[in-house]
Ligand binder design. Structure first.
Ligand SMILES: [Zn+2]
Length: 434
């Protein structure tokens, strides 16, 4: 029998939010009806694009290759990982497509131009707040979605929230009405946005969660009106935690002072021996020539001295070998993990330490990108015909989500490093060999 699946990623939803969920009737209904995995292990860095790549591939970043929202580029605002082709492993969409399912994916990161998705509105925006995102959108959406873009583009305001969620949900409503896809995967970011701007547990964050719940309710109403709602397995999850930030440390300014970065008169990088790319609460240290052992030794000494000066807010340094143990692999040589209260900036000029700044998700009053075991943990819950009732599991892992969907759908993901969470499923639908 053909299965139905509706996956809703509520960006930065935690187990700690269960109390708030009691004021979110749609989400709380799912939470109460089905199975809950209270604390899901996120990725390192605990960051949206890394986590969502893991959530759709069933793999760690060493396999799927997405190590940050942004590419490791030596500029203050690098390009983002928009495209499916940037993933080094296959996804649950590939597996489901092979299984004959129709799929709609809305605002899900790193899905741009994914040929396995029938009705695709990927998460994407123009480089500049005032820029037109239509030309870029047309290169990444699936065929026919340009009509929806034009119908609802008036709702969009760059990457701002709740407008991006409003736009995605408006498109999804039309897609469900017209095409009734078997699999729906939706990413809502308003909660994360509110936590960044106002603090992890600010009243504005609760209000944002309630707004996400209203949207989910409207989508469920459409499925209900079509008589389809009962057939869907609905899974809801967060992707990463959040921690409060008190100061922003700009290590590139120290690197520039010591001659590791060369700036022009406008403060732009013209050359570098070592450059540090912020991942929010951690940072990626890039050596231009990692084979230059003299520079490497100097950088190592410098990084260690930052850890020793507690006020710098650097907790520990990971080298390539230690990164491997954390399943992290990327075009950088070291990772700095911040201490509580410090996030990292990319600035190469100005004061080394700055107050928080809501201009960017990495510098805001609450941020992430930290070791995933720290702070609030993402939650996972689901209900539906193939999900057991009243099951509570304490711990799970993001890498197990896609294999769980594959198991529900009866399709195979042999490349996945994770395993289906069988304890929450009524039956294991994988054809296991005797
Ligand atoms: Zn975030």
């Amino acid at each position: 029998m053909e299965k139905k699946l509706f996956v809703i990623s509520v960006d930065s939803l935690f187990f700690d939010d269960v109390q708030w969920l009691t004021d979110c009737p749609n989400l709380y209904g799912i939470y109460q009806r089905g199975s809950v995995v209270q604390k899901m292990m996120s990725t390192y860095p605990a960051m949206t694009y890394v986590a969502h790549s893991t959530m759709m591939t069933g793999c760690h970043e060493e396999m799927h290759g997405i190590y940050h929202n942004e590419k490791a580029e030596v500029v203050e605002h690098p390009a983002w990982h928009w495209y499916r082709k940037e993933l080094n492993s296959d996804t649950v969409f590939d597996a489901a497509k092979k299984g004959g399912y129709t799929i709609s994916v809305i605002n899900w990161p790193v899905t741009g131009a994914d040929p396995s998705i029938d009705y695709l509105i990927p998460e994407i925006w123009s480089d500049e707040p005032e820029g037109d995102s239509r030309p870029r959108f047309l290169t990444v959406c699936s065929q026919g979605m340009d009509k929806l873009y034009d119908k609802y583009r008036h709702m969009l305001r760059w990457k701002y929230q709740p407008e991006l969620d409003d736009f995605g949900v408006a498109c999804l409503k039309d897609i469900i009405r017209e095409y009734e896809p078997d699999i729906i995967m939706l990413h809502l970011s308003y909660l994360d946005h509110a936590r960044h701007s106002y603090g992890g547990f600010a009243p504005e964050a609760k209000e944002a969660l309630m707004e996400c719940d209203r949207k989910i309710g409207e989508l469920m109403d459409i499925l209900q009106a079509k008589g389809l709602l009962e057939q869907y397995n609905i899974c809801v999850m967060g992707d990463h935690g959040h921690l409060p930030v008190r100061q922003v440390f700009n290590p590139n300014i120290l690197l520039a002072e010591q001659g590791f970065i060369t700036l022009d008169s406008k403060g732009q990088v013209v050359d570098y021996k070592c450059y540090i790319h912020s991942a929010g609460l951690s940072a990626h240290v890039m050596l231009k020539n990692p084979k230059d052992h003299i520079i490497k030794k100097q950088v190592e000494t410098l990084l260690k001295s930052w850890v020793e000066k507690k006020e710098y807010g650097c907790e520990q340094i990971f080298d390539k070998t230690q990164m491997e143990k954390l399943h992290l692999k990327g075009p950088f040589d070291y990772v700095i993990e911040g201490r509580a209260g410090t996030s990292f900036g990319n600035k190469c000029r100005g004061p080394v330490f700055c107050p928080t700044d809501n201009s960017d998700y990495k510098l805001s009053v609450s941020a992430h990108g930290h070791l995933p075991e720290k702070g609030p943990q993402p939650i996972f819950f689901g209900a539906g015909p193939d999900i057991r009732e009243n099951i509570v599991v304490e711990r799970g892992r993001l890498i197990d989500e896609a294999p769980t969907y594959a198991s529900i759908l009866g399709v195979e993901m042999p490349w996945a490093q994770g395993r289906a969470m069988k304890e929450i499923l009524k039956q294991d639908y994988n054809n296991e060999e005797e």
